[in-house]
Design a protein. Structure first.
Length: 161
C-alpha cells in the first residue's frame, strides 16, 4: 500500500523513527518494507496521523495487466468445447480483476475518508485560530480602555484617598 522505505529515504527518516511511531521492532518493519509482511490498516493510520498527506505520495498499487477474450488463441475451425475452455479461463481472469478493482475501490474510499477527516480537522483548527485572533483583539481593546480609564482616574484625582 505504501512504499515506506522510499518515504523514509526521501525524508531522512530512520527505521527507528517509524518503529517508534508504529510500536514495532525493526525486524517487523523490515519485513513490511521488503514486502514479506503487509502494512495493516491500523499501522497505516498511525503513520498517516503522524505524517499526513505526504505519505500518500508513496502509495503503490499492483500494476493492472490488460486481458481480452483470448479468442484469437482458438484455432480456426475449433470446436465449441475449445471455445468454451478459452472463455472459462477468461472468466477466471475477469473475476480476479473484478475482485482487485473492488479492493482498490475500497482502499481509495478509505484514503478519501482519511483525507476528508484531515481537512475537517484543519478547518476546525482554522476556525479556532480565527476565534483566538478575535479574542486577542478584544483583549487589546479592553486593555487600552482600561489604561485610558486609569489615566483618567489618576489625572482627575479620583484615585487619591
Amino acid at each position: 500500500m505504501i512504499d515506506i522505505k522510499s518515504f523514509r529515504k526521501k525524508y531522512n527518516i530512520t527505521q527507528k523513527d517509524i518503529c517508534d511511531i508504529l510500536g514495532v521492532k525493526q525486524p517487523y518493519l523490515s519485513a513490511i518494507e521488503s514486502g514479506k509482511r503487509p502494512l495493516s490498516k491500523d499501522k497505516f493510520e498511525l503513520l498517516y496521523k503522524h505524517y499526513g498527506n505526504i505519505l500518500l505520495e508513496f502509495r503503490v498499487t499492483e500494476p493492472l495487466l490488460p486481458f481480452g477474450t483470448d479468442m484469437e488463441k482458438v484455432q480456426p475451425g475449433a470446436g465449441l468445447g475449445d471455445r468454451l475452455r478459452v472463455l472459462n479461463a477468461n472468466l477466471d481472469k475477469a473475476t480476479q480483476w473484478q475482485a482487485r478493482a473492488e479492493q482498490l475501490t475500497h482502499e481509495n474510499e478509505e484514503l478519501r475518508a482519511m483525507v476528508d477527516a484531515q481537512q475537517r480537522t484543519i478547518q476546525a483548527h482554522e476556525a479556532t485560530i480565527e476565534a483566538l485572533k478575535e479574542n486577542i483583539t478584544l483583549l487589546k481593546e479592553g486593555k487600552a480602555q482600561a489604561k485610558g480609564r486609569v489615566k483618567h482616574v489618576v489625572r482627575s484625582g479620583e484615585g487619591e484617598a
